[in-house]
Design a protein around this ligand. Structure first.
Ligand code: NAP
Length: 314
C-alpha cells in the first residue's frame, strides 16, 4: 500500500501528489479531475464530508470514458464521516460514497477523525450551545466495522486521518489490520516530528494534508505566521533560490522525506505547476541545509525543537 499510495505514479515523476477534492466546488471538480489525471496525478482524495462526491464520480467516469486512465491505475480514497462511527452505520456510509462515486470498490477508506459526532439526519455538524455534539462511540469499535469492509472486498485498505501517535498506538494494539495510511496536516508551520517518527517506526504511510497551509481554511487560528505559507518571505526566498514556485517548494517539503502530499487545486495552471515537483533538491539533509541557510527554521514551533537532527529521516 505504501508503494501504491506514495509512489503510485512513479513513471511520470509525479509520484507523491494527488488530486484532492476538499473545498473544490461542484461544477469545477469534473474538469479539475480530468486536468489532474492528464498531468499524471492518480491519487484522488475524496470524503463524504466534502459534499461533492457525486461530482467527483462524474469526473472519474469522464476520465475512464476518455481513456485518460484505467480504473486500476487510479488510487481512489474516501473517508467515513464522524457522524457514522456507530458500527451499524459504517457500511451504509461507505455504500453511499461508492454510489456517489459510481464505483464498486475504494482503494483506501479512512476514518476521518478519531472523534465521533452524534448522528443527526441532515446535519453533519450538529451543535448545542455553539459546541459540536460528540458521540461516545469508541473508535476501536468503528475500526472493527471498517476491517469487515476489507474482508468483504469493498475497500482494498483502511486508514485514519487526524489521529495522534497515542490514538494510533491504542488502535494498533487492538486492531486485526493496522492502518495502512495516516492522513495528517504537515507544512513548514506544523512539522509533527513525533508523528513522523511514530509512523516511520510502524511502517504506516503518511499522506500530508493541507501541504500549502490551507489558506482558504475556515479553521485557521491566530498565528504569528502569514495565513498563506506561499506568501511567507522565507518560503518565497527558498523558491527563488531553486527557481520554483512557493507551492512547489511546500509540496517538496513533504516529498523530500518520502511522504505523500495532497495539494488541492481546481485551477488548471496550479494543477500543472503542482505536478512539476521532481528533480533537484538532493537528500533531506541537503534540503534542510538550504532551508536553514535562509533562516526558515525560525518559524517552527519551538516546543517541537525541530531541527534536521531531531527528525531523523536520512
Ligand atoms: N483528512 C482531513 O481531515 C483533511 C483535512 C484537510 C485537507 N485534507 C486533504 O488535503 C487536501 C489539501 O488541503 P487543503 O485544501 O486544506 O489546502 P492546501 O492544499 O494546503 O491549499 C489549497 C489552496 O492552495 C491554492 N493553491 C493550490 N495550488 C496552488 C499553486 N500552485 N499556487 C497558488 N495557490 C495554489 C488552492 O487554490 P486553487 O484551487 O485556486 O488553486 C487553495 O486555495 C484537501 O483537498 C483534502 O483532500 C484532508
Amino acid at each position: 500500500i505504501q508503494r501504491r499510495c506514495v509512489n503510485n505514479n512513479n513513471n511520470n515523476n509525479n509520484n507523491c501528489c494527488c488530486c484532492c477534492c476538499f473545498q473544490a466546488p461542484d461544477g469545477k471538480v469534473q474538469s479539475a479531475m480530468e486536468e489532474a489525471v492528464k498531468h499524471g496525478f492518480r491519487h484522488i482524495d475524496c470524503a463524504y464530508f466534502y459534499g461533492n462526491e457525486q461530482a467527483v464520480g462524474e469526473g472519474i467516469q469522464n476520465v475512464l470514458k476518455k481513456g485518460l486512465a484505467k480504473r486500476e491505475e487510479l488510487f481512489i480514497v474516501s473517508k467515513l464521516w464522524n457522524s457514522f462511527h456507530d458500527p451499524k452505520d459504517v457500511k451504509p456510509a461507505l455504500m453511499e460514497s461508492l454510489k456517489c462515486l459510481q464505483l464498486d470498490y475504494l482503494d483506501l477508506y479512512l476514518m476521518h477523525s478519531p472523534m465521533g459526532i452524534k448522528n443527526v439526519k441532515g446535519d453533519l455538524l450538529p451543535q448545542k450551545d455553539g459546541q459540536v455534539i460528540f458521540s461516545d462511540v469508541d473508535y476501536l469499535d468503528t475500526w472493527k466495522a471498517m476491517e469487515k469492509l476489507v474482508e468483504e472486498g469493498l475497500v482494498k485498505s483502511i486508514g485514519v486521518a487526524n489521529f495522534n501517535p497515542q490514538q494510533l498506538d491504542r488502535l494498533c494494539a487492538h486492531a486485526k489490520i493496522c492502518p495502512d495510511v495516516a492522513q495528517a496536516e504537515r507544512h513548514p508551520y506544523l512539522t509533527q516530528c513525533e508523528l513522523m517518527e511514530y509512523l516511520k517506526k510502524k511502517g504506516i504511510a503518511w499522506v500530508c494534508i493541507s501541504p500549502l497551509s490551507s489558506p482558504e481554511s475556515p479553521f485557521w487560528k491566530e498565528s504569528p505566521h502569514p495565513k498563506n505559507a506561499m506568501e511567507d518571505p522565507v518560503v518565497k526566498a527558498v523558491a527563488k533560490k531553486h527557481g520554483r514556485s512557493p507551492a512547489q517548494i511546500l509540496i517538496r517539503f513533504n516529498l523530500q522525506y518520502g511522504l505523500a502530499a495532497v495539494p488541492k487545486s481546481h485551477n488548471p495552471q496550479h494543477i500543472a505547476e503542482n505536478a512539476k515537483v521532481s528533480g533537484g533538491g538532493g537528500s533531506p539533509k541537503h534540503f534542510w541545509a538550504t532551508f536553514s541557510l535562509l533562516g526558515l527554521l525560525y518559524f517552527f514551533n519551538p516546543k517541537e525543537s525541530f531541527s534536521a537532527q531531531t527528525c531523523k529521516q536520512d
